[in-house]
Write a protein that binds this ligand. Sequence first.
Ligand SMILES: Nc1nc(=O)c2c([nH]1)NC[C@@H]1CN(c3ccc(C(=O)N[C@@H](CCC(=O)O)C(=O)O)cc3)C=[N+]21
Length: 282
Amino acid sequence: MIKIIDGKKISAEIKEEMKIEIEELTKGGKRAPGLAVIIVGENPASKVYVNSKVKTCSALGIYSEKYNLDSEITEAELLKLIEELNNKEEIDGILVQLPLPKHIDEDKIIEAIKPNKDVDGFHPINLGKLVIGKNGFKSCTPYGIMELLKRYELDLNGKDVVIVGRSNIVGKPLAVMLTNENATVTLCHSKTKNLSEKTLNADIVIVAIGREKFLTEDMVKEGSIVIDVGINRNSLGKLCGDVDFENVSKKTSLITPVPGGVGPMTIAMLMKNTVKSRMEKI
Ligand SMILES: Nc1nc(=O)c2c([nH]1)NC[C@@H]1CN(c3ccc(C(=O)N[C@@H](CCC(=O)O)C(=O)O)cc3)C=[N+]21
């Protein structure tokens, strides 16, 4: 029998816990947490994610504002909106959905968000705090993966973890988080030599590169744990991860599915960061 790590179930539990926390806050006469979500342009996938974030907010009692901006908006106009939201009392978190159109500098936008409202955890200040082990916002996807491992009571002490993919929003921060929990991390990427040799020796393999069926069964050790961060559409338009689930799952002791694995955790941790931001102002 395939043993899965059920991100959908765990994210539902986390959301339920937060809902109660928010109810208590507002019952005490305090303002609810507030999240502003900004989307630029008409990317259909981005729209789906943004709508799901807004829906989750309302299910939990989080106040939200959604800004649908035209793809032609200038960088200066977007910066102006961020500045307004930085100064807006009822907004605790600001999320600018990525990717942005090419004429807008993503780094500049991220850096304009006040670090104490950067619930995505993408600002250099928050990434820096993570590296030195200080309290800041953690990027939602790696944070969600850490929470999954924790709630499945998987001991990371001295474990060999291989991450494939070195993005600033998943691979790199995840390598730091796992290191902070005493795992031995190997961060692999497109220039890595003998990748299979590394993944075959790993207790845990985490793949975040965005290529369907990239991780195959000949690349994993019997009894290992596999975490799939990929979100791809296959030729039939079906959502799939970076792992050849059908075959890899025959060897793993635990594996995350796509959908229903890491994805729902990303949204849950965004909500968690928004609540944290609110609580820190009380
Ligand atoms: N500033 C910013 N922050 C983000 O956090 C961010 C972003 N930009 N740009 C795009 C990526 C992608 N992302 C996902 C969130 C939830 C699911 C999710 O809930 N997935 C479901 C399925 C959803 C479906 O059916 O399409 C699942 O895996 O079960 C997936 C992907 C957040 N992102």
